[in-house]
Ligand binder design. Structure first.
Ligand SMILES: NC(=O)c1ccc[n+]([C@@H]2O[C@H](COP(=O)([O-])OP(=O)(O)OC[C@H]3O[C@@H](n4cnc5c(N)ncnc54)[C@H](O)[C@@H]3O)[C@@H](O)[C@H]2O)c1
Ligand SMILES: [Zn+2]
Length: 346
């Protein structure tokens, strides 16, 4: 549901009644939105450090212990107010504390609005692998106020644009034409543009997960750009916060998947790869691969990915905007070629 943050405390009461409230947020947001968060009258306000490192078992134990110390009961509502980290982490705690408390997602980053708050995946990382532990635990209510994006740093907005580009390409030529024409200066956009971006992009994911909530078929299309993306993210040290961000890695992965689609003779218009790369660069996202990322390391990471079945390379390939296909057994040499071609700027 779209609305304004000021109206969300009432919206929660209307939907889920008067209950104890636990709010999860991160340190950045707790400071920037201190007053607005108090308006929710939280029984427990759990402020976690900002950043990926929060998504770990130690933080889960600490958070569950604080809920127990705060006498949080089974009827309580958990509200996650933040980006994907807070949503994944707080949502996971909600899914296991007392075998599950009703969850409300209030996404604050573009990634969270168009991607992570939708579809019910919540979870944490292991020291060796991202998002390996988790549950399917859909939010009872998702409350989205796109004007929260006004305080989001540009680089974080750009991370969300990588997913928005993915969604537009999965959706249709019309969606892609609309998205590629957006000026990459969101601070200058009117409110309506922010709302339209979030509404259009989130709708693409929503439509896909309604058809396939447990990722048995078409939901895998959402992994477009992610086979190589996850690998370069892992190899660059993404989880430690020092390497490529997820959005940056997806940007590289999208271009690689288009190149691969071209090499396999699927892409109808070869100009699409350059066009997409140009739009991503316009958002200051990378489309070339730095010398530190070596093919053997990236290939190993790809073959270890949890989405890989029996070591076969599985890619989502595109023939044109709106037409994606999952292809198993993509020859490693072709992926290597596409990867090595990206050493120099497209
Ligand atoms: N569950 C899913 O389906 C799914 C999908 C995609 C990504 N994810 C997960 O989401 C996480 C990434 O999410 P993210 O990109 O939102 O990262 P994030 O939660 O780390 O947020 C990015 C940064 O922006 C700040 N921030 C967020 N909203 C803000 C606002 N309105 N104003 C000012 N600052 C704000 C945060 O404090 C943080 O520093 C990863 O852990 C990823 O695995 C999950
Ligand atoms: Zn992603």
């Amino acid at each position: 549901m779209f609305g304004r943050l000021a109206g969300f405390p009432q919206a929660i009461e209307d939907r889920l009644g008067r209950a104890q409230r636990v709010i999860f947020t991160d340190a950045h947001l707790a400071e920037a939105y201190a007053e607005q968060l108090q308006a929710f009258c939280p029984d427990v306000l759990e402020v976690v450090p900002a950043g990926e490192a929060t998504k770990c078992f130690e933080s889960v134990i600490a958070a569950c212990s604080r809920l127990a110390a705060g006498a949080i009961e089974r009827s309580a509502v958990v509200i996650v107010f933040g980006g994907g980290v807070v949503g994944d982490f707080g949502g996971f705690v909600a899914s296991i504390y007392m075998r599950g408390l009703p969850l409300v997602q209030i996404p604050t980053s573009l990634v969270a609005m168009v991607d992570s708050s939708l579809g019910g995946k919540v979870g944490i990382n292991l020291p060796t692998a991202k998002n390996l532990v988790g549950s399917f635990y859909p939010a009872r209510v998702i409350l989205c106020d796109p004007s929260l994006l006004r305080s989001l740093p540009y680089s974080e907005f750009a991370n969300g644009m990588a997913e928005a580009v993915k969604h537009a390409l999965l959706d249709s030529q019309e969606h892609w034409d609309w998205l590629k024409a957006l000026e990459p200066r969101p601070t200058e956009w009117p409110e309506a543009s922010l709302e339209q971006l979030v509404a259009r992009s989130s709708q693409v994911k929503q439509n896909i997960i309604e058809q396939d909530p447990y990722e048995r078929s078409i939901r895998a299309h959402l992994n477009f750009g992610h086979t190589l993306g996850h690998a370069v993210e892992a190899v660059s040290g993404g989880m430690s916060g020092t390497g490529l961000s997820h959005g940056q890695a997806v940007s590289i992965g999208l271009v690689a998947s288009l190149k691969l689609s071209q090499k396999l003779g699927r892409l109808r218009h070869s100009g699409l790869t350059e066009e997409v790369a140009g739009v991503l660069r316009g958002w200051s996202l990378p489309t070339s691969i730095s010398p530190e990322l070596t093919w053997p390391a990236v290939e190993r990471a790809m073959r270890n990915d949890k989405k890989v079945k029996a070591g076969r390379l599985r890619f989502v390939l595109l023939s044109q905007p709106g037409e994606a296909e999952i292809v198993d057994n993509v020859p490693g040499e072709l992926v290597e070629q596409a990867f090595e071609e990206m050493r120099c700027e497209l």
